[in-house]
Design a protein around this ligand. Structure first.
Ligand code: ADP
Ligand code: MG
Length: 339
């Protein structure tokens, strides 16, 4: 009898984990933008080339990393965001798994430049397929720049399965929009093949929505606001007459994290009731704030699905809040007319 089980080498384990975290260039964009936000950046630049297949770079003005942390950031399960199991139920950051950079570095060529405000020189690390190629001190601005080149260079099957540049870019734009909508106070720029796609100045939510979806959106927005013991709801839905035949402009954010939730989506659409004709979907931007301990974010690596303690109550509150706001909007023109 012989023992045949062995622990996989780190670079293999990282590559396996990468399969879950990094499905396409847009996944890298999401992880890097979220890291910049967790680093308290107020200004974030996204630069991509060839739909992210050649380059995805995020430059932030956040708190940067020390030399040691810069190296450690590429280790698996290495994170500054949680320390113990209980922290999983009290998350205030986008990240906590400590897997993104390790995964990305396992399947791409990564250049990291980072500097903390307190030091004169920053750190420059080049890493390829989980192997650190070089590390040196460098003059760079405060914050962090991570350039991810040649994604999936060592996984030909994945690389070949990437969709056209148009489709991959659409996924990236979607991720960018979600993050930019969740953080209107942060300024963002986005360049694709040296063309400016977005240049968003620090603003409030309404201004950010208009900057992303166009000037015409402004007049279509109905504000939504409700505060209860279990949830605080903020945001906008568009007036029923502006509903669209396509899905895709439905945004839910829970504690500033974009999520997908068919059940809560139903709460919103059903609040419109007969105001919507069949096959039409309302556009909405809804921010739910709930106690961190009432949700579980750790059910999927990409964290776009979360579990609520009490989804039924949320559904009911959401539906009635939106119904009420739509009702107010609908009677408003009559009141104006009477005066
Ligand atoms: P997580 O975000 O789950 O902690 P990551 O692999 O994304 O895991 O990042 C690992 C660590 O590297 C983070 O916990 C953080 O300390 C550091 N880090 C990553 N990106 C940045 C950044 N842009 N600015 C400052 N620190 C960063
Ligand atoms: Mg992260």
């Amino acid at each position: 009898m012989s023992d045949i089980i062995q622990l996989l080498p780190d670079h293999v384990a990282n590559q396996i984990a990468a399969g879950e975290v990094v499905q396409r260039p847009a996944s890298v964009v999401k992880e890097l933008l979220e890291n910049a936000i967790d680093a308290n950046a107020t200004d974030i630049k996204l630069i991509i080339k060839e739909a992210g297949k050649i380059l995805i770079q995020v430059i932030d003005n956040g708190k940067g990393m020390s030399q040691t942390d810069a190296r450690l950031s590429f280790e698996r399960h290495a994170t500054s965001k949680i320390k113990k199991a209980e922290d999983l139920f009290n998350l205030h950051t986008k990240g906590f798994r400590g897997e993104a950079l390790a995964s990305i570095a396992a399947i791409a060529h990564v250049d990291l430049k980072t500097k903390q405000a307190a030091t004169d020189l920053g750190t420059y690390i080049k890493i390829e397929g989980s192997t650190i190629i070089s590390q040196e001190n460098t003059a760079t601005s405060n914050g962090t720049s991570i350039a991810v080149k040649n994604l999936f260079y060592n996984i030909p099957a994945r690389r070949n399965f990437l969709k056209s540049n148009t489709i991959e870019t659409r996924h990236i734009v979607n991720e960018f929009q979600r993050v930019a909508l969740a953080h209107p106070q942060i300024s963002f720029t986005f360049y694709h093949n040296e063309n400016e796609i977005y240049n968003l100045i620090s603003s409030n939510l309404r201004q950010r929505i208009v900057a992303i979806l166009g000037k015409k959106t402004n007049e279509k927005l109905v504000p939504i606001k409700e505060v209860t013991d279990v949830v605080e709801i903020n945001g906008f839905v568009t007036k029923p007459e502006f509903a669209k035949k396509k899905r895709g402009e439905q945004f839910f954010f829970v504690n500033d994290r974009f999520i997908k939730n068919a059940y809560l989506n139903h709460a919103v659409t059903s609040a419109f009731e007969s105001l919507l004709s069949g096959g039409y979907y309302p556009t909405y931007f809804l921010f739910l704030k709930v106690p961190t301990k009432s949700i579980d974010i750790n059910i999927h690596p990409t964290k776009t699905e979360i579990k609520f303690d009490d989804e039924k109550t949320l559904y009911a509150i959401l539906r009635s809040t939106i119904k009420h706001s739509l009702g107010q909007y609908n009677v408003a023109p009559v009141l104006d007319f009477e005066r």
